[in-house]
Design a protein around this ligand. Structure first.
Ligand SMILES: [Fe+2]
Ligand SMILES: [Fe+2]
Length: 268
C-alpha cells in the first residue's frame, strides 16, 4: 500500500495558499506512483468558511486517487460537511472510514470547536471500536489518522496544543493489534516517532514549517512558524509480511507485523 499524505493546507482565500497546494498536488499528479489514496490530515481551511472549502474542493476534485480528509483545529465542521461532503451542516464529529484495498483507513475527528488542542472524545473512540468490530473482517489491517498528535515535540508553544488525552488513544490502540500505523498533522513538521508501540508519522505542512528548539530558541509564533520553507508531502509505504488473503482469519498478527516506511519531499 502506498499512501500520499499532505497536511495543513490552510486555504484562506489568498493566492499564496492556493499556489502552494497547486504546487504539491501538481508534483503528486506528475509522478507515476502508483498511490492508493491521498490523506489530508486537517487544517484544510484557515478560517473554516464555505469559500475556503470551495477552493479546496475545486483543487482536490479530480485527483486521480481517493482523497481522504479529516478536520483540524482551523476547520469548522458545518461548512466542512456542507462543501466537502455534500451533507447537511452539523457539529457532530466528522469521523470517516475508508476501505483502501486491504487496508482500513479510519479518519478521526479529534477537534474541539473553538480550541487549538485536540481531544479524543468518547464518541469517537467508540466509533473506532465499533467500526473495527462490526465493519471489518477480523484482523483487517487498520491505520488511524487524526489532526493533533498524541506526542510532544519538545517545543512548549506547540506542545500546549496537542491531543490532550493521549492515554485514551494509547488504550484504544492497545486494544487493537491490527492498528499498523498512526498518521497526523497540525505540527507543520515532517516527523516520525512511535506511539503506543506503533509507528506515528506526521505530515509536513503545505502552508509553512515548524521550527523546533534546535532551529530557534525563541518561543514566539512568528519565529517558530517558517513561512518561507517550501511546501512538503509524505509518501507512506505499508508492507505486510505476507500477501493478505481476503478470507484469512489470521490477519491480525500479520497486520501487527506490517512495516511502515515514510518518505518526505519538499516542492521548492
Ligand atoms: Fe495547521
Ligand atoms: Fe492544526
Amino acid at each position: 500500500m502506498t499512501l500520499a499524505h499532505i497536511s495543513d493546507l490552510h486555504f484562506d482565500g489568498g493566492a499564496r495558499a492556493e499556489e502552494r497546494v497547486v504546487r504539491v498536488l501538481g508534483r503528486l499528479r506528475s509522478m507515476p506512483g502508483p498511490f492508493d489514496a491521498l490523506l489530508v490530515t486537517g487544517d484544510i481551511a484557515d478560517h473554516g468558511t464555505e469559500a475556503e472549502y470551495e477552493c479546496a474542493a475545486r483543487l482536490l476534485a479530480d485527483f486521480p486517487v481517493p482523497v481522504l480528509c479529516l478536520p483540524g483545529n482551523h476547520d469548522v465542521r458545518g461548512p466542512y460537511r456542507k462543501v466537502l461532503l455534500g451533507e447537511p451542516a452539523s457539529d457532530a464529529p466528522v469521523n470517516r472510514f475508508h476501505q483502501v484495498g486491504p487496508l482500513a483507513v479510519l479518519m478521526l475527528d479529534v477537534i474541539v470547536p473553538g480550541r487549538d488542542e485536540g481531544h479524543l472524545a468518547g464518541e469517537t473512540a467508540d466509533w473506532v471500536r465499533a467500526t473495527i468490530r462490526d465493519a471489518l473482517p477480523p484482523g483487517t489491517p487498520v491505520v488511524l489518522a487524526l489532526h493533533q498528535p498524541p506526542v510532544a515535540l519538545g517545543r512548549d508553544l506547540v506542545d500546549s496544543i496537542m491531543l490532550d488525552n493521549p492515554d485514551d488513544l494509547a488504550a484504544l490502540i492497545a486494544e487493537h493489534p491490527q492498528v499498523t500505523a498512526v498518521f497526523g498533522g497540525h505540527t507543520h513538521s515532517a516527523t516520525v516517532t512511535t506511539f503506543a508501540g506503533r509507528p506515528l508519522a506526521l505530515g509536513p505542512g503545505v502552508t509553512s514549517t515548524l521550527r523546533l528548539d534546535w532551529e530557534t530558541g525563541v518561543e514566539e509564533w512568528g519565529e517558530v512558524i517558517d513561512r518561507t520553507a517550501p511546501p512538503g508531502f509524505a509518501v507512506h509505504v505499508i508492507e505486510f509480511p505476507a500477501e493478505l488473503a481476503e478470507d484469512s482469519a489470521d490477519l491480525a498478527p500479520r497486520a501487527a507485523g506490517a512495516r511502515l516506511t515514510s518518505h518526505f519531499r519538499t516542492c521548492g
